[in-house]
Design a protein around this ligand. Structure first.
Ligand SMILES: C[S@@+](CC[C@H](N)C(=O)[O-])C[C@H]1O[C@@H](n2cnc3c(N)ncnc32)[C@H](O)[C@@H]1O
Length: 217
């Protein structure tokens, strides 16, 4: 199967009226809302498959609370762009790791997340891996953490997925674990969806080795 060129994918952000730019605005709005609600509490943010970090970095540069962030991105160039962007914005406490976000060993020494972003991930992995990922999150999350996620409305070619709206499948998987739904935004005029779920369970001990997911496209 042809693998996606993630540089080309990021170029779609150049269209300010495009669906991806609208999605970006929604993710930033939700992140801002969550950080504002945390007030002066120190916040650890983790963003997986972070791309060039544009959903997170400008929000942090706007000065919301005391936030430390770990961005995990496999592509060295995109990770480099995120590092440069963070430096250019004068941000401190941003750790951009060029690493496989699906591998549990990439989270060694990463503090538990109060805010966890999985944007542009769930539509690129099998349903089986989606289940594994959400079931594994308690190893990575702090109590009461918020998870911001995105999913396109289109179905992925994936024999492990049952029929139905892919966004509802994601909601069902969260509901089967220790999460409650905060919001799911489904614009009528765009194909993206943005969800926020809150972790209501107890954190579990991080396990080393193994994978949560692998991209299938
Ligand atoms: C759909 S893009 C999303 C980027 C960013 N989160 C956003 O929404 O703008 C997916 C990103 O995941 C990265 N990626 C793919 N597989 C990965 C992996 N195993 N670990 C970390 N990053 C990965 C790609 O390089 C790409 O930047």
């Amino acid at each position: 199967m042809a693998k996606t060129d993630w540089h080309e994918w990021h170029a779609k952000y150049d269209d300010p009226a495009g669906s991806l730019s609208k999605r970006l605005g929604t993710v930033r709005t939700e992140l801002t809302r969550i950080l504002d609600a945390r007030g002066s509490h120190p916040t650890q943010l983790v963003s997986i498959c972070a791309g060039d970090g544009r959903d997170v970095l400008p929000v942090l540069a706007a000065g919301r609370g005391h936030v430390s962030a770990v961005l995990v991105e496999l592509d060295g160039d995109l990770a480099g762009t995120a590092r440069r962007e963070a430096a250019g914005l004068g941000l401190h406490g941003i750790d951009v790791r060029t690493a496989d976000a699906g591998a549990l060993d990439s989270y060694l020494e990463v503090p538990r997340a109060d805010v966890f972003l999985a944007c542009g991930v769930f539509g690129n992995i099998t349903h089986e891996d989606l289940e594994t990922t959400i079931a594994t999150l308690p190893q990575l999350l702090a109590p009461h953490a918020s998870v911001i996620w995105t999913r396109g409305a289109e179905r992925t070619e994936d024999p492990s997925a049952s029929t139905g709206d892919p966004v509802d499948l994601v909601r069902e998987v969260f509901a089967q674990q220790d999460f409650v739904e905060d919001t799911v935004i489904r614009p009528h005029d765009a194909g993206f969806r943005v969800g926020v779920h809150r972790f209501v369970g107890a954190p579990t001990t991080p396990r080393h080795g193994g994978h949560m997911f692998r991209f299938i496209r």
